[in-house]
Design a protein around this ligand. Structure first.
Ligand code: IMP
Length: 192
């Protein structure tokens, strides 16, 4: 079965291809010649994932899925949330985003936060969503140099290390994205 993943992020494609059943042929936006931007104007991570999958399905009428991820910090009322990628502005980088979070959290005692990934799948015209959440806390300073995004300031529950201090292999056992992917892959294994 052919299934389109609405992304051109090669790392995500690799991670998902590895998890999916061999009977599924994963194709990307590049493979179908789509070069534009997919709208992401939702108020929640789930809204955005559904919006992206629906956009591609409406245009190409193929089985497809899309993902969206965000860091939700309780003391910041769930921010950066849907704004995680560009929290510090349009052309910001990971460092800028971390600096903005650390500054906003400087006097906050409540450090609770979570990463949330939602994958929206449209299979035979039916919409399903799969969610992965990892609870943790925001540190006062960066620790570690592996990973990406907010990894150096996020310490998952039950570990004394940040996501940037563990290997990719360890992160993939517990991460929000890995959990959502596992749920998607288990569902596809019994449905396709
Ligand atoms: P996306 O929806 O997967 O593109 O993620 C949006 C933003 O969330 C990224 O640009 C990162 O800043 C952040 N993010 C997503 N996943 C992770 C992660 O595993 N670790 C740290 N930051 C992440």
């Amino acid at each position: 079965m052919k299934l389109l993943f609405a992304t051109n992020n090669i790392h995500k494609v690799k991670e998902i291809r590895h998890a999916l059943n061999r009977r599924i042929t994963l194709v990307t936006l590049h493979d179908i010649g789509f070069e534009g931007d997919i709208p992401e104007t939702g108020k929640t991570i789930k809204d955005n994932a559904v919006q992206k999958a629906s956009f591609i399905h409406n245009h190409y009428r193929i089985n497809c899925f899309a993902d969206d991820t965000g860091l939700e910090i309780d003391a910041l009322n769930g921010e950066p949330g849907v704004f995680s990628a560009r929290y510090a502005g349009e052309s910001c980088n990971f460092e800028d985003n971390i600096r903005k979070v650390l500054s906003a959290m400087r006097n906050q005692h409540n450090r609770k936060a979570r990463f949330r990934t939602v994958i929206a799948l449209i299979l035979n015209d039916k919409l399903l969503t799969f969610e992965g959440v990892v609870e943790g806390m925001i540190l006062y300073k960066k620790r570690g140099d592996s990973g990406f995004g907010y990894d150096p300031i996020f310490q998952p529950e039950g570990l004394n290390k940040t996501f940037a201090e563990i290997s990719l292999e360890e992160k993939n056992k517990i991460s929000h994205r890995a959990t959502a992917i596992r749920k998607l892959s288990d569902f596809l294994a019994i449905s396709c």
